[in-house]
Design a protein. Structure first.
Length: 177
């Protein structure tokens, strides 16, 4: 399986949102309410439009392609967290269920870290809902749970782990990035 990680073009916005929504429907089943997940529309025009505008302005996205098909997406940038104002953040990382377990998420993650380091961030955060198996991935990649916070999704309350990664450039000990 040949995996390509790259910056998307504006015409990829609908596929990015589709991957995001489809992954939510499979990854969060049993964690987030079924009613909320069933209400997600892969063709959310407002989200597609926002994605297109972000790609046009500062393009904070990465996509993973297998045989030309977008199978994963990642959104990164400056931390939105008041506690970690000087950090970068991976806001979203999603890989379609049938492509999970092939290292695609790790490739997206590491490529985003390179971009964050090149934008002069030394640390980063990632939020992950409790119960999501991806929590184990973030621990394996060197993240430590900094704190937990409540988040509201579809009117219901959930706990989210906020992972902190210090000295992110050390994720690449043999490279000058």
């Amino acid at each position: 399986m040949k995996i390509e990680i790259k910056k998307p073009d504006i015409q990829n916005a609908d596929e990015i949102i589709k991957v995001n929504k489809d992954t939510w429907k499979t990854s969060y089943r049993g964690i987030v309410s079924d009613d909320y997940l069933d209400s997600l529309n892969s063709l959310d025009e407002k989200r597609i439009d926002r994605c297109m505008k972000q790609i046009q302005s500062n393009n904070p996205y990465l996509i993973a392609l297998v045989n030309g098909k977008i199978v994963g997406m990642l959104l990164y940038g400056k931390s939105r967290d008041d506690k970690h104002k000087e950090s970068g953040e991976i806001n979203a990382i999603y890989v379609l269920k049938e492509y999970q377990g092939y290292g695609i998420g790790k490739k997206l993650f590491l490529e985003a870290v390179k971009y964050l380091v090149n934008e002069n961030y030394n640390s980063m955060i990632i939020g992950c809902l409790e119960g999501n198996p991806s929590n184990n991935f973030y621990i394996k990649m060197g993240g430590k749970i900094d704190y937990k916070t409540e988040c509201i999704i579809g009117g219901n309350s959930y706990m989210e782990n906020i992972f902190y990664f210090d000295n992110i450039k050390f994720l690449f000990p043999d490279e000058n990035i």
